[in-house]
Design a protein around this ligand. Structure first.
Ligand code: ADP
Ligand code: MG
Length: 793
């Protein structure tokens, strides 16, 4: 098989700074032809504290360095596209991002949650791969995706649609199994089939949302866990038993930050330890791989290194992106990221074309071939070679021979069918008859027959021998394959289980309610954007949102959420995206209308051509002339017009398709921001509740205020699914100006700490939980208004 030996390609990407621009910390020497180099300059004031004060600048080589202004499409084109191409050709690929928390790993791998143009490597790769698959009709492709999160040496399946996790522990646990050939299998990781870009993106968003929901401030999953999104592709030429399988891992590693050992002056950096133990093991693996003559590579020390074993020094084309957040505070982390990258760049991988025979298919093919051979054999030898002809058959044959011999018609034949036994019997019988009579022309006949018989027999026997040999050969092959299959089956039991789970699971994701492009081509239908516009349709696609909503959200909580939503920074993003979405809808609608126009025009032109045909046919009858049999210039003109309209139709149609993808992406982005908003609110809400309880324990009759939090998780989702499409709506309980309330932003008393309103002035419900909510809300509102008051001054 084809093999590509290559060292791991290592790129660097520098994140744009937050607010303060710091010049002179690093410089990039970008050489188009060879490697680029990154120089990190350690400021004098820092140089003392760590590393070695004799050096103040460090140089690192990278395949290419993407500086602050590099856009996502450029990063995709140079880093991910070549890998995606290899994966399409049947090689394994891995792209992993390594860097400290906040340096842009997730931004690079998955993308930003705000703008469509911010989508990262995963969605762009999916889009690219499905585009390529569509273009290649020479093979049959199957694609699956999986999404694994590893936290604390435990794997979790982010794509299992049966689970509606609100905590990481609720997700199905994935474990590693190693077969006798030391291949790694991931038990419980579902492989979801994705037949197109849209399905794959939905799965990605499902996983990303599970990833976000599962995260609590306690476990800090996003900085402490590794996430591996994998695209599995298999391809086969029609009719062939050879299958190519390849995997593309897109990996967002845990933050690489370290803790420095305190109290060891001067050598803090070199003694610093990873916060995340598995990154320590990753480094061990990298070091071992870089060493020559090292036979044992400690992959098994952690789940992450086990899962990525092939990506590191194995059968894979691997690429690393070192993400850097290059400001003063992060110089030590950036240096260690770069050092790690330099080591990784030494590792050699050997990617082989993953071709295998499908034993099942092979057996089917061989069985067919054998049947054909048997038929052929039967034709030459007679069907059941072992058994004798029955008495009836013999009598029948005698009769046939007699009739044949008595028939004077020179054209008469003796036809006993393609059965060697019968043919042989006939010869024997005729021979006997011949021996009994001495008639000369009968002799002649017999001679003629026996000659024929000899040649026939010779040829037949030779062929028989050949066919028998072939049959033997095929039998052996089948035996071997059956054994192979048995072995394979044992090995693949685990994989098969996952496949089953996947096929069962994939039905859960509903077919999306999208603009039906196929339908739009038929002449009668029009574009229906209504469904696409109905935001709730995209909500149905994400099962976690449609989960049971349990109890209702209390009034206070609801109102607080509205206020929170308004003041939250993300609401701007939501509004922006909403506007953009509306714009796109209008565009799509407009395009749809135009498409209909063009279609009508085409139909009209077709009508004209038909009319023209009828006219000319009538003319040909009434006054025939030569001219009528030549090409009709008018018709030609109409045809060119149709062609042009068709071209227009096609371009518009493709644009509409692009719009559709963007619209769907925007909807999912909004969904994500929204979930994040809820989570932020939940955290804020429980904090507020606790504060309230601590400050005024007598006000809260509920002994356990923190229970507000879990109750809210469910109810807020209920609220949002129904009201998100109208975020601008003012809730009936809302008092945006705060005019009717004694707590207003104009109230100067609020700028100092005011005691909570006494319980008599607000309509308490008597339900202790609801009352706690209301009180918490009022308190929260005071805080918000106070903050607003301050910022206004
Ligand atoms: P990590 O995953 O490494 O912890 P993130 O990808 O979450 O880091 O990035 C941290 C923040 O910086 C996010 O708000 C992200 O949107 C932003 N960010 C990162 N890289 C870029 C970039 N290249 N351009 C713009 N914003 C970025
Ligand atoms: Mg991250």
């Amino acid at each position: 098989a084809a093999m590509v030996k290559e060292t791991i390609r290592v790129y660097a990407r520098v994140k744009p700074p937050g607010r303060r621009q710091q010049a002179g910390i690093y410089s990039v020497d970008d050489d188009e032809k060879s490697l680029s180099s990154l120089e990190i300059i350690v400021p004098h004031d820092l140089a003392d504290g760590f590393v070695n004060n004799k050096r103040e600048s460090y140089k690192f080589k990278f395949q290419k360095i993407f500086d602050q202004e590099a856009k996502q499409d450029v990063v995709f084109d140079s880093i991910a596209k070549p890998v995606a191409e290899c994966v399409l050709a049947g090689y394994n690929g891995t792209i992993f991002a390594y860097g400290q928390t906040g340096s842009g790993k997730t931004f690079t791998i998955t993308g930003g949650a705000e703008r469509y143009s911010d989508r990262g490597i995963i969605p762009r790769t999916l889009s690219y791969i499905f585009d390529q698959l569509r273009k290649d009709s020479s093979k049959v492709y199957t694609t699956h995706v999986s999404y694994l999160e590893i936290y604390n040496e435990c794997g979790y399946d982010l794509l299992d649609p049966r689970h509606e996790a609100s905590r990481l522990e609720d997700l199905p646990k994935v474990t590693i199994m190693e077969d006798p050939d030391q291949n790694i299998h991931l038990k419980n990781l579902s492989l979801q089939q994705a037949t197109n870009e849209e399905e794959a993106l939905n799965l990605l968003f499902l996983g990303d949302t599970n990833r976000m929901i599962a995260e609590t401030p306690m476990n800090q999953a996003s900085t402490r866990s590794h996430c591996i999104f994998t695209i599995h592709i298999s391809s086969k030429e029609p009719g062939s038993a050879t299958i190519r399988r390849s995997k593309l891992h897109l990996v967002d590693l845990a933050g690489s930050e370290r803790v420095a050992k305190t109290g060891v002056g001067g050598h803090l950096l070199t003694e610093a330890k990873y916060i995340n133990l598995s990154l320590h093991y990753l480094e061990q693996v990298i070091i071992a791989l870089a060493e020559k003559n090292r036979s044992h590579i400690p992959y098994r020390n952690s789940m992450m290194t086990s899962v990525l074993r092939d990506s590191l020094g194995g059968n894979c084309m691997t690429t690393m992106i070192a993400t850097l957040s290059l400001d003063k505070r992060n110089i030590d982390e950036s240096l260690s990221t770069c050092r790690f990258a330099q080591r990784v760049a030494l590792i050699k991988n050997e990617a082989v074309l993953n071709e295998e025979m499908d034993p099942k298919l092979m057996i089917v093919q061989l069985k067919k071939e054998i049947q054909e051979l048997k038929d052929e054999l039967a034709l030459v030898t007679g069907k059941e070679r072992t058994s004798e002809l029955s008495q009836d058959e013999l009598l029948q044959l005698d009769e046939l021979i007699e009739t044949f011999l008595e028939d004077n018609d020179p054209d008469s034949t003796l036809d006993v069918g393609a059965d060697m036994r019968k043919i042989k019997y006939c010869f024997v019988h005729v021979k006997q008859l011949m021996n009994h009579s001495k008639i000369s022309d009968k002799k002649l006949l017999s001679q003629h027959i026996s000659e024929e018989k000899d040649t026939n027999k010779e040829a037949g026997e030779e062929e028989l021998k050949k066919l028998k040999e072939l049959l033997q050969q095929r039998d052996n092959e089948i035996n071997i394959l059956v054994n192979m299959l048995k072995k394979e089956k044992k090995k693949a039991q685990d994989a098969l289980f996952q496949l089953n789970a996947a096929s069962a699971g994939s039905t859960v994701l509903e077919q999306s309610h999208s603009i039906n492009l196929e339908e739009s081509q038929s002449s009668s239908s029009c574009f229906s954007l209504k469904e696409a516009k109905d935001f709730s349709s995209s909500v149905h696609r994400l099962p976690f949102l449609s989960r049971q909503t349990g109890g209702k959200m209390s009034l206070g909580c609801q109102e607080a959420f509205e206020v929170f939503k308004r003041d939250h920074a993300d609401s701007i993003t939501i509004e922006d995206n909403k506007q953009l979405l509306n714009q796109r809808f209008t565009e799509a609608k407009c395009l749809g209308e135009k498409l209909n126009e063009v279609r009508n025009k085409i139909n009209h032109l077709k009508g004209e051509i038909n009319q023209r045909h009828v006219q000319r046919a009538a003319l040909a009858i009434s006054s025939p002339s030569e001219e009528l049999y030549t090409l009709d210039p008018v018709e030609e003109k109409l045809r060119t017009e149709i062609e042009e309209e068709k071209k227009r139709y096609k371009t518009m149609f493709n644009r509409l398709k692009g719009l559709k993808v963007e619209i769907e992406h925007l909807q999912l982005l909004m969904e994500k921001v929204k979930v994040k908003l809820q989570k932020d609110f939940e955290v804020w809400w429980s904090e507020e509740s606790i504060n309230l309880q601590q400050e005024n324990p007598e006000m809260v009759s509920s002994p356990n205020t923190t229970t507000v939090y879990p109750r809210f998780i469910k109810s807020s989702q209920h609220l949002s699914t129904s009201s998100f499409s109208e975020t601008t709506r003012v809730s009936p309980n809302e008092d945006p100006a705060g005019k009717n309330n004694s707590i207003t932003s104009n109230n100067p008393t609020l700028k100092t700490r005011t005691p909570p309103i006494s319980s008599t002035s607000i309509p308490l419900t008597g339900d202790s939980q609801a009352d706690a909510d209301i009180l918490a809300f009022i308190k929260a509102r005071q805080n918000i208004l106070q903050k607003k008051g301050k910022s206004c001054q």
